[in-house]
Design a protein around this ligand. Structure first.
Ligand SMILES: *Cc1c(COP(=O)(O)O)cnc(C)c1O
Length: 443
């Protein structure tokens, strides 16, 4: 090829790209490409806001790493008992400084978000204590942790009682009911930031801050724990900035930035975090043990990327809401609502719509794109569930993923995308699948 041939070839590729050529090759029709461009153009201001948040959070994370003098040695892992693992120990300091807490426990041995929450509760409650959830029904997997559904090893088996205060109709805290629910033996109040698989709105950090100070003013002795799953870096502040004793989450969601291969974190007061450390390993051993093997680098680098990855996921969520709402599908949050987490629910009203959506997300994945997701009877659910995930890390939901139970209102819950570009492609692919099935009216 001559230089001119090369230049022409490049121009040709660029033209095809800007005209949607590459999208077309990837199975998106010209009309859908055009719609996607329109929606993107209408979202410039909102996207700029997400970028601004990412900028602030990026500096927060870098500042925490610099303050703790992170160096190449921190990426060396440990084996066996894991004594003197500076990488592991200083990562916990970096988390504490990022979340503005006294301390943090960030471990590969915390297997997932449910485990982190279970640990936080089990480590800080004693027989005879009561915990109260003040944001209504907690996430499904916590039902067995608490013993709402009887389960082996639940808190209930250890004589820890549970009560629940519903959110008000509009999704806000019911302060009168919270006050009434606090008993002399109430030891811990739990708040869940994200809606999980419910259709209530997710709570903002401001709302959570108000609830924390309400509880603390009445009863400074009560520990407040916030389930922060999917909320990290969505805002420039976290619940831990407003007096939460423990802020808890999963590393295969936002704070792992897609690179953390496993793990969970608990950021909070020295007292609460120390209780978690001795509970995770053993009394007397606490945080001194726990080999990090080779994961330190991924946990650092993932945290470093987390602010921008989260911003990309937020763009994807808002893009989807704006695209699908245009064609009459109910979106939660809706197209214009403020975001408090990265989850987007879309109600399809029929099984076929939900299935097509998941097929599209799957077909756009970098991994396992050739498989077709099928509904199946998952343990713990009362109807079949369909899931789409083509992830580098098993079950990672900071990567583009979608799922939903096959019953009314046939809602897909989707989240993630390690890059906005992938999220956009996945959503267009899903939209295309619905178009092809005749489920998009007026296109
Ligand atoms: C994901 C999630 C959890 C924990 O789930 P794991 O799958 O165990 O990591 C807990 N609470 C909420 C709100 C979540 O979104």
């Amino acid at each position: 090829m001559t230089q001119q041939d090369i230049a022409e070839h490049i121009q040709d590729v660029m033209n095809r790209y800007t005209a949607g050529g590459l999208y077309e090759q990837m199975g998106i029709s010209p009309r859908v490409i055009e719609l996607g461009d329109e929606v993107c153009d209408s979202l410039k201001e909102r996207f700029a806001l997400f970028d601004k948040t990412a900028q602030a959070n990026q500096l927060k994370v870098i500042g925490a790493m610099q303050k703790n003098r992170i160096s190449a040695e921190h990426f060396n892992g440990s084996t066996g008992y894991g004594y003197n693992d500076a990488g592991r120990d200083d990562l916990e300091k970096v988390y504490a400084d990022t979340f503005h807490t006294q301390d943090a426990l960030v471990r590969a041995q915390i297997t997932c978000g449910t485990h982190a929450l279970s640990l936080a509760l089990g480590a800080n409650l004693r027989p005879g204590d009561e915990m109260v959830s003040i944001s209504g029904k907690p996430y499904d997997t916590l039902e067995e942790v608490i013993g709402i559904r009887p389960s082996r090893g639940s808190l209930a088996e250890y004589g820890i009682t549970y009560s629940q205060v519903e959110l008000k109709e509009d999704g806000s805290f019911d302060f009168d009911a919270i006050q009434k629910a606090l008993k002399p033996n109430t030891r811990l109040a739990a708040i869940q930031r994200s809606k999980g698989y419910l259709t209530r709105p997710s709570l903002s950090v401001e709302q959570i801050a108000e609830a924390i100070s309400f509880v603390k003013e009445l009863r400074p002795d009560i520990i407040v724990m916030v389930d922060n799953c999917y909320g990290e870096f969505v805002d420039v502040v976290e619940p831990s900035d407003f007096g939460a004793d423990m802020t808890v989450g999963s590393l295969i969601k936002n704070p792992g930035g897609g690179l953390a291969p496993m793990g969970g974190y608990i950021a909070g007061t020295e007292e609460c975090v120390e209780n978690c450390a001795v509970r995770l390993t053993s009394p007397g051993l606490g945080r001194e043990v726990g080999a990090s093997l080779q994961v330190n680098r991924s946990l650092y680098q993932g945290l470093f990327l987390a602010p921008t990855v989260t911003a990309g996921a937020l763009k994807g969520a808002v893009f989807a809401a704006n695209l699908f709402e245009r064609f009459g599908y109910r979106c939660i949050p809706d197209a214009n609502e403020r975001r408090n987490d990265i989850i987007q629910a879309i109600e399809f009203g029929c099984a076929d719509g939900l299935k097509r959506f998941c097929e599209g997300i799957q077909a756009a994945a970098p991994v396992d794109s050739y498989v077709t997701p099928e509904p199946w009877a998952m343990p713990g659910y009362d109807s079949d569930v369909i899931m789409a995930a083509g992830a580098f890390i098993q079950g990672s939901s900071i990567e583009l993923s979608a799922d939903g139970p096959l019953h009314e209102p046939y809602a897909a819950y989707f989240q993630g995308g390690l890059t906005w570009e992938h999220a956009r492609f996945g959503i267009l692919k899903a939209f295309q699948k619905l178009c092809d099935a005749g489920l998009i009216n007026g296109i």
